[in-house]
Design a protein around this ligand. Structure first.
Ligand code: E4P
Length: 224
């Protein structure tokens, strides 16, 4: 089954959506944490409280050298949660991923804009790949096509990496990539909210209530 994440540092939103969605956990990035003005430790604690059980968290290194990324990944990996370390799929990042995998650290290759970045990261052993669907679309590319091509290469080469598609502005983008059979997806809170927002739904439910009340007043179904 696809793993569903929220891409946020907002624990209140996570608590709300955890009641109605089968969330695997939460993803963050340095920009999300900076905007929330909460560090990683505070965010993880709040998210753990909001989700309960044993959620999976994806947190990104901020170091910019191979050695720095690997040292930072070790520390993230030792946090008392189920952690996945996010590493940008750059030349330096791929070198760091190869070393992290030798140590058994679970890794997500992030900032993927091209098919080749995703494929190379999978060959280097990344467990997850995060193509940025909306950011690719916004640059006149085709985010869904990039995801489809990466998935094709994973399948052809029998690579175990899962695509964790990221960067969405609307549900259509999310549905299109989910139809490709990807292993995971992370949605910003506003896009998750759009999942329930079809204009015909509430009027249909209201009509049922009105018809029922006219015929049976305040009786419940089994009392009628
Ligand atoms: C995922 O790894 C990224 O953190 C994130 O999804 C990017 O989303 P944005 O394009 O909405 O910033």
């Amino acid at each position: 089954m696809i793993e569903l994440y929220l891409d946020t540092a907002d624990a209140v939103a996570v608590k709300r959506f955890n009641q109605c969605l089968p969330l695997t956990g939460v993803t963050t990035n340095p920009s999300i944490l900076a905007k929330s003005k909460q560090g990683l430790n505070e965010t993880l604690k709040n998210m753990q409280d909001a989700l309960g059980e044993t959620p999976r968290f994806h947190a990104q290194v901020v170091s910019t050298t191979v050695e720095g990324m690997v040292a930072e990944a070790r520390q993230i990996n030792e946090l008392p949660y189920d952690m996945v370390v996010k590493v940008p799929a750059t030349e330096i990042g791929l070198a760091a991923i190869k070393l992290m995998k030798k140590e058994g650290i679970t890794v997500l290759a992030t900032a993927i804009y091209t098919v080749q970045q995703g494929f190379l990261a999978a060959l280097c052993g990344a467990d997850y790949l995060a193509p940025y669907v909306n950011r690719i679309d916004a640059m006149n590319g085709n985010g869904v096509e990039v995801v489809a091509d990466i998935q094709l290469l994973l399948d052809q080469n029998q690579l175990p990496a899962k695509i964790l598609a990221a960067s969405f502005k609307n549900i259509q983008q999310a549905i299109e990539v989910m139809k490709l059979g990807i292993g995971a997806i992370t949605l910003p809170v506003d896009v998750a909210a759009q999942m329930f927002a079809h204009p015909a739904v509430q009027p249909a439910v209201d009509q049922f209530s009105q018809d029922w009340e006219e015929a049976f007043a305040d009786k419940l179904s089994f009392e009628s």
